[in-house]
Write a protein that binds this ligand. Structure first.
Ligand code: D5M
Ligand code: FE
Ligand code: ZN
Length: 725
């Protein structure tokens, strides 16, 4: 009964939670209460800890006892062979090179030459010592730089490659020497990497404010729903849940927004005049005579990983009387087994790992040092060190890692719940004594890719949030004009002319019913119109630029990760754009032989929750943590809903050249072991909700990536058009 009711509402329950709750259901609590409780905890899976907390709140249960987690089903897995003798400490010097930065409005003519190591900054706008901090500080200091052409902050690292080809009209400004200054306290040299240092340079397009103003014609719609058809109704009454109706006899089609809020869409689209704009009148044509070099460069792209291509079978639920809970456990068991299998494969590439043995076989091991690879269910600190509960497909074991072991505390902090790690050591009685711990990580060195004949650029966007009244529409239109050749200098012209790809990493529209109070901040209160509006804007992207568009948690798409794409019935207008390619979240795009991993980035939220010192304002740091764990959302049952697919498609199986995420609305980047890690920011100014949770976005910035190096070429900022939104 309880299971069936929950499943109807797209909630899952584990068997142990079921046994705890079932006796009280409909006697001591209602379905709506339970769902409300789970929603508040940000989970759609009711596990035993949720159930216990819920019962405790109801005064039905004492929180003293802890329920054991059911171990994964036992099965034989081939232990890895290949014994290796020498093992070095893995975390000794994780080569994390913070890329010094940043940002904003540098004089467009002054794109720094890649031959020089240089850094430009405005007086006082870069805080010394903390590189990333300086990025954030600079990024939010847009208001101070009234002068559009002010050089604010910038660092570039030479790669030894020439930026420009001879014929380009933009080569002149590049050759110009630029007064430069190294910002104090920042190291540009990636230690421990024999490769030439990375090029990270930026120029921000300070657009001339004398350019034609875009007429603002979209009127935010206030409280009243347009056609009174129930938009904005959260409809979370008990009746609604239990009868599947909203009281007026109409069966609503339930679509779940994020953070657990169900949205009911009813009725047909009403034709006629709308009180808001969907940007039908925004028509921008390429500037006459503007030469796009990218047009002459042959296309070279391929989607090498897309969830749509993975065959999924939904777990089947039989009937209410049988033990459906078991099916859920089984479904997640296949999911976690898949994760373990993939992670083992990743560890196998690390020669330091040594002999890997199944946990069930530990009792056969005498004095040898062996390695176990498993999911960390639990971790805690004791006076002498750290204790982990580790599980593989064959069993479970407690692992002790002494505080004295090298980098023990770092590793302890980096390990998120449910991530897969390896421990090397000796089994004792009922406990495994680890001498070393390994994260899956990415290798320090990688093979260089062959150079490209021509410079070609990709621009990265995410979190456009069309439909929000905080969407920076004016800035976005300026950006579209810029793409169409409305540039201020030859340097900008060079950039624009070579842009061949545009990647949009999710939250392309604001959606409806995504967070409490969102309705009041919607300029377009209709999800269909939001996609229409987005398409009306994006049709102004020049045809030769291929757009890759993936979903995020605000989109009309499956809420749980992975997200195979947009629901076509809602997002039809963007499917119809002729130069758009819809990708899943996550996806891997190969551009001219370079691998770009694109994810919306909800996993960042869990990193912030679990890894000490992480914040929403330094997303690239959190992305590096995910890279080290080789997983986009390792933790199950926290903020990020994960679908019980038979395959774990969130494992970062292949090491990318570039890893892009969005979601947190702050642009930041860094390089880690040769991977360029970047959060692409947003096009939405701070929402009321973000104000409450203290999220300060850095909107309207366009990072331009040099595809050849998969590194930043420039950041163009349109944020001066996003003030007062
Ligand atoms: O996410 C925008 C930012 O807001 C991102 O940093 C997550 C944060 N966010 C959104 N909703 C919540 C809740 N409920 N709690 C905490 N933080 C939140 P976006 O996906 O664009 O809404
Ligand atoms: Fe977003
Ligand atoms: Zn998001």
């Amino acid at each position: 009964m309880l299971i069936e009711d929950l499943i109807k509402n797209k909630y899952l329950i584990t068997p142990s939670a079921y046994y705890l709750l079932e006796p009280h259901y409909k006697r001591d609590f209602t379905l709506a209460e339970l769902i409300k409780f789970a929603k508040a905890r940000g989970t759609f899976v009711i596990d035993s800890s949720t159930a216990e907390a819920f019962l405790a709140e109801k005064g039905l249960f004492s929180t003293g006892e802890l329920t054991e987690r059911t171990p994964l089903e036992v099965s034989e897995e081939e232990p890895l062979g290949a014994s290796q003798e020498e093992i070095r400490e893995e975390f000794a010097e994780s080569d994390e090179t913070p890329v010094s930065k940043t940002v904003v409005a540098s004089r467009p003519e002054e794109i720094p030459s890649s031959e020089n190591v240089e850094s430009m900054k405005a007086s006082g706008s870069i805080s010394t010592g903390d590189v990333v901090e300086s990025e954030v500080v600079t990024a939010s200091s847009g208001e101070e730089s009234v002068e559009p052409a002010e050089i604010v902050g910038e660092t570039s690292i030479s790669t030894g490659t020439t930026i420009e080809s001879e014929q380009s009209p933009a080569s002149n400004p590049v050759e110009e020497p630029i007064s430069s200054e190294i910002s104090e306290g920042e190291s540009f040299v990636s230690t421990g990497t024999p490769e030439p240092e990375e090029l990270v340079d930026e120029a921000a397009g300070s657009l001339d404010s004398s350019l034609t103003e875009v007429v603002e014609d979209s009127l935010p719609v206030e409280a009243e729903p347009l056609n009174g058809n129930g938009y904005g109704n959260y409809a979370d009454s008990e009746e609604y849940y239990e009868n599947g109706e909203n009281g007026n006899g109409v069966k609503p089609k339930i679509v779940y927004g994020d953070y657990g809020i169900p949205i009911a869409y009813v009725g047909e689209d009403v034709e006629g005049e709308k009180s808001y704009s969907t940007y039908k009148d925004v028509v921008i044509r390429p500037k006459e005579g503007f030469r796009y070099r990218a047009k002459e460069i042959p296309d070279d792209w391929e989607i090498t990983f897309d969830v749509k291509n993975v065959k999924f079978e939904a777990p089947k639920v039989k009937n209410a009387a049988s033990k459906e809970g078991e099916i859920i456990i089984q479904a997640y068991s296949s999911y976690f087994k898949s994760r373990l299998r993939k992670m083992r494969r990743i560890f196998r590439e690390n020669p330091e790992i040594g002999t890997v043995i199944d946990i069930a076989k530990l009792s056969y091991v005498r004095d040898d040092e062996v390695t176990i690879i498993g999911l960390v269910n639990d971790k805690r600190e004791t006076a002498k060190g750290y204790i982990f509960e580790v599980e593989d497909a064959t069993g479970r074991v407690k692992v002790f890692l002494g505080r004295d072991k090298e980098n023990a505390s770092q590793a302890y902090n980096a390990i998120m719940p449910d991530s897969v790690v390896a421990f090397r050591g000796q089994p004792g009685r009922g406990i495994f004594f680890a001498n070393r711990v390994f994260l899956p990580d990415v290798p320090k060195f990688r093979r260089e890719k062959p150079p490209l004949e021509e410079k070609v650029y990709a621009i990265l966007l995410s979190d456009i949030h069309v439909g929000s009244n905080k969407f920076c529409e004016k800035a976005f239109e300026k950006f579209l004009e810029w793409l169409n050749g409305e540039v201020n200098s030859r340097a900008e012209e060079e950039l624009v002319s070579r842009i061949k790809y545009m990647i949009i990493g999710g939250d392309v529209v604001d959606g409806v019913g995504i967070y409490p109070g969102q309705y009041n901040e919607l300029a377009i209160p209709d999800i269909f119109d939001q996609y229409e509006a987005l398409a009306n804007l994006l049709r102004n992207v020049p045809d030769h630029i291929t757009m890759f568009i993936g979903p995020g948690n605000h989109d009309a798409a499956r809420t749980a990760l992975p997200q195979p794409g947009f629901y076509e019935e809602y997002a039809k207008p963007i499917y119809k754009l002729k130069n758009a390619v819809i990708i899943s979240n996550p996806a891997v795009i190969n551009l001219h032989g370079r691998e770009f991993l694109i994810a919306h980035g909800r996993g960042i939220e869990d990193v912030v929750d679990f890894i000490p010192g992480r914040t929403h304002h330094k997303p690239a740091e959190a992305m590096v943590d995910l890279l080290k764990l080789r997983h986009l959302a390792p933790t199950f049952g926290n903020k990020v809903p994960i679908a019980p697919d038979p395959e774990d498609t969130l494992v970062i199986e292949s090491v990318p050249d570039l890893f892009q995420a969005g979601h947190v609305h702050v642009m930041e980047y860094r390089i880690y072991n040769g991977v360029f890690v970047i959060n692409s920011g947003t096009w939405q100014a701070q929402t009321e909700f973000q104000k409450m949770v203290n999220i300060v976005p850095t909107p309207a910035r366009v990072p331009i990536i040099d595809v050849e190096t998969a590194r930043l070429r420039a950041v163009v900022s349109f944020d001066q058009f996003c003030e007062g939104v």
